[in-house]
Design a protein around this ligand. Structure first.
Ligand code: GLU
Length: 451
């Protein structure tokens, strides 16, 4: 029987990292088995559905590269189907109509007593005694099906072979199995995924913020699209999420989607929840960032440059490349590369007061003059050949390097100084060096910052 799986989100909020993992595991199994991945929108709860949530869910799946082959099916558009199956349930004698005072009639499924067990693909043989459970409402008085009923009807109608979903549904499963049996349908294979945990072992249900080791505040958002805004690459997040509860059975961690597909099986899904280790995600994101070709890296970073109010056109592949090794998320880039990405002078006053001293003025002027003689291409090597001897005459880079850096970048930290100058470009570097020297001189030798 060809594998048919479904991801069945309710559009009531942002797609949670746990939901993304469920979607991914469905997708991986479908790809691995040459099966079909179906998207089904469980939107029968009129009061809680929102169009924003629905758009956010498909946006999140697309961003993560989790495709579906069939659907989306919307439960709200399948009401005639549920009506048909409700009639079928009624005919078996196991369903009955109950008057809900003031509301109307609801169709209720008379649960069997006793223990219901199943062979879970993750947990092995498990089950629960449902004798004490109240009968199961299937069709509400407003005519809409309940989750449990619509789920069983759709999974039967869509010929779903494997239901992969979170452990939070473990309590529903025995009731659904009873319903399959009453309807004369064969239940699918169930695979319940353990919930993802926060670093402190609590359930990852809402955004997490807590002091971690060494007093550092650890923040872990739950919404997938927050990770996009924070500068994570979708392929890194996807890889990380895949490993929250599954492993390929060897030491591999950084894996392409194809490699994950090839190694995937439900048998390797762990029955105990993994903790969300954001340090590991940061590390993995860094690995993916460094692996990008320079231009592709620049392309991914440009929206973050624009977002920071800087000029994305100034983020050339060359500039981007100088920072590619130094960041863990794309959101870190604009600050680090600020001096290359804007013509507006911004200056760290403390660094200026410390390094733009009267003694530095003449060195800055001479460096500017030397740069005027450097041809094209304006590389770090060419800059070094011109600026090196000037620096030597003024006591070496140890003595004047920081003054040059602050003059050119406005801050005391940047890549290697000749590369920094090359990245800023000849004209801009000269103008900034001259402006700094002028400020020092104007202040009559009291330092550049106190203008
Ligand atoms: N709409 C349910 C949820 O979002 C789906 C549960 C299922 O996969 O059966 O939790």
């Amino acid at each position: 029987m060809p594998v048919r799986v479904r991801f069945a989100p309710s559009p009531t909020g942002d797609l949670h990292v746990g939901g993304a993992r469920t979607a991914l595991y469905n997708f991986l199994l479908a790809r691995r088995e040459g099966g079909v991945h179906i998207l089904r929108i469980e939107d029968t709860d009129q009061a809680r559905n929102t169009a924003t949530a629905l758009a956010g869910i498909s946006e999140s799946l697309r961003w993560l590269g989790i495709a579906w082959d069939e659907g989306p099916y919307y439960q709200s558009r399948r009401l005639p189907l549920y009506r048909e199956w409700a009639a079928r349930l009624e005919k078996t004698g196991r369903g009955y109509w109950r008057e809900d005072p003031g509301k109307g009639r609801a169709l209720v499924f008379r649960l069997p007593g006793g223990r219901i067990e199943w062979e879970d693909a993750v947990h092995g043989r498990i089950g629960r005694d449902i004798s004490g459970d109240p009968d199961l409402v299937c069709v509400k008085s407003d005519g809409f099906p309940t989750y449990n009923f619509a789920c069983v009807v759709d999974d039967s109608d869509l010929r779903i072979t494997h239901v992969i979903r979170g452990d939070d549904h473990l309590s529903n499963t025995p009731k659904q199995i009873a319903l399959y049996e009453a309807l004369g349908e064969k239940p699918p294979t169930f695979a319940h995924l353990p919930l993802i945990l926060n670093p402190d072992g609590s359930k990852m249900s809402k955004d997490y913020k807590k002091k971690g080791q060494g007093g550092k505040v650890v923040e872990i958002p739950t919404g997938v699209l927050r990770y996009r805004a924070l500068g994570y690459l979708p392929e890194a997040l996807r890889n990380f999420v895949a490993l929250l509860g599954w492993s390929p059975g060897d030491e591999r961690e950084v894996m392409t989607l194809d490699e994950m597909v090839a190694a995937y099986s439900l048998g390797r899904v762990k029955s105990v929840g993994g903790r969300f280790d954001i340090e590991k995600l940061d590390w993995m994101n860094g690995v993916y960032l460094r692996a990008l070709p320079r231009e592709a890296f620049a392309e991914r970073a440009r929206p973050f440059v624009a977002e920071a109010g800087l000029d994305p056109a100034l983020l050339t592949a060359e500039v981007a490349g100088a920072f590619q090794e130094k960041i863990r998320t794309l959101a870190e880039l604009p600050e680090k590369a600020r001096f290359c990405l804007s013509d507006a002078a911004s200056e760290d006053p403390a660094a200026a007061a410390r390094h733009l001293t009267p003694a530095a003025a003449s060195a800055l002027r001479e460096v500017a003059a030397a740069l005027g003689g450097v041809g094209t291409p304006f590389t770090a090597e060419a800059v070094g050949a011109a600026v090196g001897p000037v620096a030597e005459r003024h006591g070496g880079l140890k003595a004047v390097g920081q003054a040059i850096r602050v003059a050119v970048t406005g801050s005391a930290a940047s890549p290697e100084i000749f590369l920094t100058i090359a990245l800023v470009g000849r004209e801009r570097a000269i103008a900034r060096l001259r402006a700094a020297a002028e400020r020092i001189e104007r202040n009559g030798g009291t330092g550049g910052a106190r203008a």
